[in-house]
Design a binder for this molecule. Structure first.
Ligand code: FES
Length: 90
C-alpha cells in the first residue's frame, strides 16, 4: 500500500483516510484503498451509491463505512481538481 504514495507525498486517498479518520484497526484499510483507487481511476466522479457498491466486497468491522465513503468521495474531488498532483497509476 506504500506504493500508492509518491515518495513522501501521500496519495489523496491516503490523506483523506487520515483526515476523515476512516480507519481504526487498519485491517481492512489496504484492500479498501486499493479498491477505491481502482474505482476513481475508472470513474473519477462516482456517486455515493457507486462507491458503496464498489467497496461492498471489503468488510470493515470498525468504522461503520460512512467515514470510508466520505473519504473516497472527498479524495475523488481532490483528484478531479488537481490531477497533476495525483501520483501516477501504479
Ligand atoms: Fe478495522 Fe476496518 S478499520 S476492520
Amino acid at each position: 500500500i506504500e506504493g500508492m504514495a509518491s515518495g513522501e507525498q501521500l496519495h489523496p486517498l491516503q490523506k483523506k483516510f487520515l483526515e476523515h479518520a476512516a480507519l481504526q484497526c487498519g485491517i481492512c484499510t489496504p484492500g479498501v484503498l486499493v479498491a477505491a483507487k481502482a474505482l476513481l481511476e475508472k470513474n473519477p466522479d462516482p456517486t455515493e451509491t457507486e462507491v458503496r457498491y464498489w467497496l461492498a466486497g471489503n468488510l470493515c468491522r470498525c468504522t461503520g463505512y460512512d467515514k470510508i465513503i466520505r473519504a473516497v468521495l472527498d479524495a475523488g474531488e481532490v483528484m478531479r481538481q488537481n490531477p497533476a498532483k495525483t501520483p501516477a497509476k501504479v
